[in-house]
Design a binder for this molecule. Structure first.
Ligand SMILES: [Cu+2]
Length: 482
């Protein structure tokens, strides 16, 4: 099924018109006779299952996955489908990142393409054409599925932790806030910086590095990231950018199940969960399953496809930027507390903004990745005494983020995520309601680094904070209802 492999000279015009041939409207028309094989492929596309115990389907999927890993590891190193070659597309343990997209608007799209072709390789090598990568929903199941822990199994791998535990990044408040962000750019940035990066550093060892795909859990972790995007886009009716630059971004280095190079444009990736695989839905935060993706009628699928193909003019507009600190050296083990020196009008704008119309983010930007990343950072508002013991249930807690990858002396091969946003809208409202944030007093922001494993490997490590501030951003109103 190669209908997603577009010719490399594709233009936006071709994209808009050219995708017509994979239209799901074919699903309906084919029932009256049409492009039978393609339609069959779409209807029977692989199911990506929600990892849980007690399901024979999940167990079967895991058996195939394990076999695929064994076979990929047995391929010669020169084969682009080999386990190490696939991981090296992303990066290496010692050398950092290679081709993967982090901290860019292609975090979702690049990893979606990466997973799809990896899945195709698994299908081809095992002969199981209906195999779909299972996903680890850490919001519902903090511990990895036991299949990834079985001694001697190809799915096992050295790790610092096999559960995300009770870390707030994966909890319902965090995931609900992130999934309720209707703007593609801020949704992507938060999902990446918070649960995505935090799982990488908690699982640790290879998973904390550019070589993370060497750990078989990587693919199930990114399956969840991909499911969150699909859920946000398909189930929750939010839109991706229709900007030609985003759509026409192209990657030529993925290979299909036979090892032949394919060319993928970012603009096709939103259609992949409708055409190339489908998710078994599951709950994330307060979002249960508004649509059962496995039971879409042809008509429903057609409507969804039309909306997704249309996308929206998504921009990240900053209405107001309120700087708090800049160019400040930090010591990892010392919490930082900074007061804002802002005009009353700015404070009023922050505290009394209409949450339906705008969001307030704390924006933290560092000069570079840290030398070690065995920690995450909690953000508090108006709690100068906040420290690593302050619970995330505290009324002043806003959110957290983590660094994926470390600063390598060999230099950085490409852009890494060193800037983070945490949605502080609800925290500010709550504090204001409770008299804990007032327009006649300066607001303070705290950054508290918390080690993932009890203590820091390098407590004296210095970090250079480039900028810390608040951003007020208008809520993007979607242009395509339904
Ligand atoms: Cu990742």
């Amino acid at each position: 099924m190669n209908h997603l492999d577009q010719p490399s000279d594709i233009s936006r015009r071709v994209f808009v018109k050219g995708l017509g041939f994979v239209s799901l409207s074919l699903v309906a028309s084919a029932m009256l006779g049409g492009c039978e094989q393609l339609i069959k492929d779409i209807q029977n596309r692989p199911v990506r299952r929600y990892l849980r115990t007690g399901s024979p389907e999940v167990q079967h999927t895991l058996d195939i996955y394990r076999e695929a890993v064994v076979r990929m590891k047995a391929l010669p190193a020169a084969d682009p489908r080999s386990w190490n070659a696939q991981a090296a597309l992303h990066g290496t343990v010692a050398g950092g990142f290679n081709l993967c997209q982090h901290g860019t608007p292609h975090f979702f799209s690049w990893h979606r393409a990466y997973l799809l072709y990896f899945e195709r390789i698994c299908q081809e090598l095992t002969g199981e054409k209906s195999f779909g990568l299972p996903y680890w929903n850490w919001n519902q199941q903090p511990a990895m599925h036991p299949a990834f822990l079985a001694p001697g199994s190809a799915l096992n791998h050295p790790r610092s932790s096999t559960t995300v535990g009770t870390n707030a990044a994966f909890g319902d408040p965090s995931m609900t806030t992130i999934l309720s962000d209707t703007n593609f750019f801020t949704f992507s940035s938060q999902l990446e910086g918070t649960p995505h990066n935090t799982a990488h550093v908690i699982v640790g060892m290879d998973m904390g590095t550019g070589g993370s795909p060497l750990d078989p859990i990587f693919w199930a972790h990114h399956g969840m990231v991909d499911y969150c995007w699909a859920k946000w886009n398909i189930e929750l009716h939010n839109d991706n950018p229709n900007d030609p630059t985003w759509i026409n971004t192209k990657w030529d280095y993925f290979v299909d199940g036979s090892g032949n190079p394919v060319s993928v444009i970012a603009g096709i990736t939103p259609l992949m969960p409708l055409l190339s695989y489908r998710y078994e839905s599951s709950t994330v935060g307060n979002y249960a399953t508004p649509i059962d993706m496995l039971k879409l009628s042809a008509q429903e699928a057609k409507t969804i496809e039309a909306r997704i193909r249309k996308g929206a003019e998504v921009r990240f507009d900053i209405k107001r930027r309120i700087p708090v600190a800049s160019n400040m050296p930090l010591r990892l083990d010392r919490p930082v507390s900074r007061p804002t020196r802002v005009a009353t009008a700015d404070l009023t704008a922050l505290l009394e903004s209409d949450a339906r119309r705008e969001r307030v983010f704390v924006n933290v930007d560092y000069a570079q990745l840290p030398m070690a990343n065995d920690f995450f950072v909690r953000v508090f508002v108006n709690l100068p005494e906040a420290n690593a013991q302050t619970p995330t249930s505290d009324i002043h807690y806003a959110g957290s983020y983590a660094f994926f990858g470390v600063h390598t002396l060999s230099g950085e091969s490409h852009h890494h995520k060193t800037d983070f946003i945490v949605d502080a809208t609800e925290t500010l409202k709550r504090l204001h309601r409770n008299g804990l944030a007032r327009t006649d007093q300066p607001l303070t922001v705290q950054l508290v680094a918390v080690p993932v494993a009890g203590k820091f490997r390098q407590p004296e490590m210095q970090l250079l904070l480039k900028n810390l501030g608040f951003i007020i951003a208008p809520v993007h109103v979607r242009t395509s209802p339904g």
